[in-house]
Every structure is written in structure tokens, then in C-alpha cells.
Design a protein around this ligand. Structure first.
Ligand SMILES: [Mg+2]
Length: 123
């Protein structure tokens, strides 16, 4: 699977990219929402892992752009957030292809969540 991963925390971004690459996935890394949006349009993705708090464009805005775009609205998205924000962010979309994971999380949990979401990729 081709997975877009966006997070402004460089160390954390690299860590997630390594975990997903070890899981056999092709990873596209982005350090903020603007870069993520550009790369998504240029390269596409089967699934996206998006941090909420990012400079330039945050995960909320990026998610809004994706949801409003026929090319990307069906891409499953795993939102990275802190506990108190999770319901707020995910709750506004009635989407079966949207899930969240709260930081900090186990590396195993990241792969499990991604695999669960991957089952919902439209054929
Ligand atoms: Mg962040």
C-alpha cells in the first residue's frame, strides 16, 4: 500500500515511516499539511496518516480538503491526535474510512489501525 504520512515532528515522522515501511508499505512523508496536500495530488495514496497539529496547514484543514475532493474523499485516514481532540475531529465526519489514534501510542497499534483501515479501501 502507498501511505501518506504527515507530521511536523521529524523524529516521530521518521519513526512512523520506518514502522510502516517495515510493515511492507510504500511511505510518502510530509512535514506539514501543505506539503502533504501537494504530494497527495502529485503521487496519490491508498491511505493517509495525518497529524492534527501541524504548521502551515493543519490536519483538520487537510482532511477538509480531502473530503471535498472526489479524488481523495474515499481514501481511509488515520488521524493522529491527543485524547481530548479526537472526538471533536473525527466526530464531525460520518465516515467509515476515518479513524484516530491518540498520541503516544504503541508502534504495534499503528500497524493494526492501518491494517484495519485498509480493509475499507474502496475496490
Ligand atoms: Mg504535530
Amino acid at each position: 500500500m502507498k501511505i501518506l504520512v504527515a507530521d511536523d515532528d521529524k523524529i516521530f515522522l521518521t519513526l512512523m515511516a520506518n514502522i510502516l515501511a517495515d510493515g511492507g508499505h510504500e511511505v510518502i512523508e510530509a512535514e506539514n499539511g501543505v506539503v502533504a496536500w501537494e504530494k497527495l495530488q502529485a503521487e496519490g495514496a491508498d491511505l493517509a496518516v495525518l497529524d492534527i497539529n501541524m504548521p502551515e496547514m493543519d490536519g483538520r484543514e487537510l482532511l477538509k480538503l480531502m473530503m471535498a475532493d472526489d479524488r481523495f474523499k474515499n481514501i481511509p485516514v488515520l488521524v493522529l491526535t491527543v485524547g481530548f481532540m479526537a472526538e471533536d475531529v473525527v466526530g464531525q465526519y460520518a465516515s467509515s474510512t476515518l479513524d484516530y489514534i491518540t498520541k503516544p501510542f504503541d508502534t504495534d497499534d499503528l500497524l493494526v489501525k492501518v491494517q484495519e483501515l485498509a480493509k475499507r479501501i474502496p475496490k
